[in-house]
Design a protein around this ligand. Structure first.
Ligand code: GLN
Length: 496
């Protein structure tokens, strides 16, 4: 008999078994998760909890399980949602003053699917305002702390979700990735994080930052748990016009069976020359990634050098397109239709101006200004159109590369988690945190970050990129790696 507290730290498979055997109740797991959220409140990973509603759902789950009819692998499992994935009746602040008191009247597509799968949504996680950032410091709820070193950031913008999984508050949390916001915090906190192919998972009810780049995905301790989560949330949604009309993959589609999972013979993995420049990467990070390569080679994978020639332009292209789309998406927050409205205004123009000036932080304003500028008549061709052209070239680089390899491996980030405050006054250096992750978003591809050890006591991750709808390729490689190594089983120290 395992106690709920012990089981909460286990894998989704162990939790399923424990629940189905009747060792623990879903109610006990939910209570253990809520207790853990209180015990680690100082991490500021969770910004809203739903004790009563979660416990009621857990009781309903227990009835189904007792009747031998769990809805899915996730029935009775506590999960957290990033604060930009809406749930009916719950707040969705997006860490912004402008949405501070906003309560969503509807469920996101992902929220609906998780509930239909029986998952117990226990609360909402901290993030950078409107998912703009790489450190979860830019939040009205204050910065989240990295469980591995609480004076360090947990990455961003889905930092609360990464910290929550890393510190064992829940086994599974969801984030959004526009330029790396699932993979970079996963890497900083020593957990696995999957950004699915663009269009694989519904964006209905995900508060939009940059619509052509945004995608929801899971963060969990293991790659196989990410696969279970993807199978639950993927699939076509008519309400998202960019949703791919394909059925959700099953777990069997995404992972190899137990007997064959450690074997990668026949798998070819590309190493892009442009991503392995020594000056760009911390030596400790590079060393861990090289060890991961050796371990995948031992599993039978073959590595080859490849080239992604337009890599140098990815950050510039990303920040032109992302800010352009953000300036348009965030126009809806005007104090009239949504969110906070300024008091005692003179007239309509004053209402717009003051509501927006008071509601958005400096970083969000910077991006709205930049985006408006690149879309303005005089500069549209010079910046926005050019960025779209380069985006096509970046996508073609990947198409050519995937003619010769099954997946691509890179470091997830050039560095380990940086100290809180280290980059707050230097937006450019913050933007460079995403140098290895943004290309997948520009090309619409799936990406997975897998923990591969530590440098200076902080986690390091490597990234696997796959072709469009090629989640199975990268999940199988990541899972094979984890079946041969133990880095994903390491837990952060129990302090704070
Ligand atoms: N850090 C990047 C940005 O600030 C990526 C954010 C994200 O993926 N949501 O735009």
């Amino acid at each position: 008999m395992s106690s709920a507290k012990t089981l909460l730290a286990g894998s989704l498979g162990e939790q399923r078994e424990g629940l189905d055997r009747g060792d623990v109740r879903a109610l006990d797991l939910a209570l253990a998760s809520l207790d853990r959220i209180s015990a680690r409140a100082a991490l500021a990973a969770v910004v809203a909890r739903r004790d009563e509603a979660a416990l009621a759902s857990a009781e309903a789950s227990d009835k189904r399980i007792a009747a031998g009819k769990p809805l899915s692998a996730l029935d009775g499992i506590p999960v957290l949602l990033k604060d930009n994935i809406v749930q009916a009746g719950e707040s969705a602040s997006c860490a912004s003053r402008i949405l501070e008191n906003y309560v969503s009247p509807f469920d996101a597509g992902v929220t609906e699917r998780l509930q239909a799968a029986g998952a117990i949504i226990v609360g909402r996680t901290n993030m950078d305002e409107f998912a703009m950032g790489s450190s979860t410091e830019n939040s009205i709820h204050g910065p989240s702390h990295n469980p591995w070193g609480t004076d360090r950031t947990c990455g961003g913008s889905s930092g609360g979700s990464a910290a929550a999984v890393s510190a064992g508050l829940v086994p599974l949390a969801f984030g959004s990735d526009t330029g790396g916001s699932i993979r970079q915090p996963a890497s900083f906190c020593g957990v696995a994080g999957l950004r699915p192919t663009y269009g694989r998972v519904s964006r209905w009810g995900l508060v939009a930052y940059a619509s052509s780049l945004d995608q929801i995905g899971p963060l969990a301790r293991s790659v196989s748990d990410c696969a279970i989560a993807l199978a639950a949330i993927a699939g076509h949604d008519e309400r998202d016009s960019t949703s791919i009309p394909e059925a959700a993959p099953t777990l069997g589609d995404l992972l190899k069976s137990d007997a064959s999972k450690g074997d990668l013979s026949g798998v070819v993995i590309g190493l892009p020359r442009e991503y392995f420049v020594e000056e760009g990467v911390e030596p400790g990070v590079l060393a861990r990634v090289r060890e991961a390569i050796a371990s995948l080679e031992a599993a039978g994978a073959t590595f080859k050098e490849i080239s992604l020639p337009h890599t140098a332009y990815t950050i510039a292209t990303y920040y032109l397109i992302a800010t352009a789309e953000a300036s348009s998406n965030l126009a809806r927050f005007d104090g009239v239709r949504y969110g906070r409205r300024a008091d005692h205004v003179k007239d309509l123009a004053d209402l717009y101006e003051r509501s927006r000036s008071e509601g958005f932080s400096a970083e969000v304003k910077r991006r709205i200004l930049l985006g408006t500028y690149v879309l303005s008549a005089g500069y549209y061709d010079a910046y926005y159109v050019k960025a779209q052209r380069v985006r096509t070239l970046i996508r073609r680089d990947f198409e050519a590369a995937f003619e010769t390899c099954d997946a691509i491996l890179t470091p997830t980030t050039p560095e380990i988690a940086f100290p809180l405050g280290a980059k707050s006054d230097d937006p450019l250096s913050m933007y460079l945190s995403d140098v290895y992750t943004v290309s997948a978003n520009l090309a619409g591809l799936p990406g997975l970050s897998v923990p591969c050890g530590q440098s200076e006591g902080m986690p390091v991750g490597f990234q696997l990129l796959g072709p469009a709808l090629g989640e199975a390729a990268i999940l199988r490689i990541g899972d094979a790696y984890q079946s041969r190594t133990e880095h994903h089983l390491a837990s952060p120290p129990e302090k704070i």
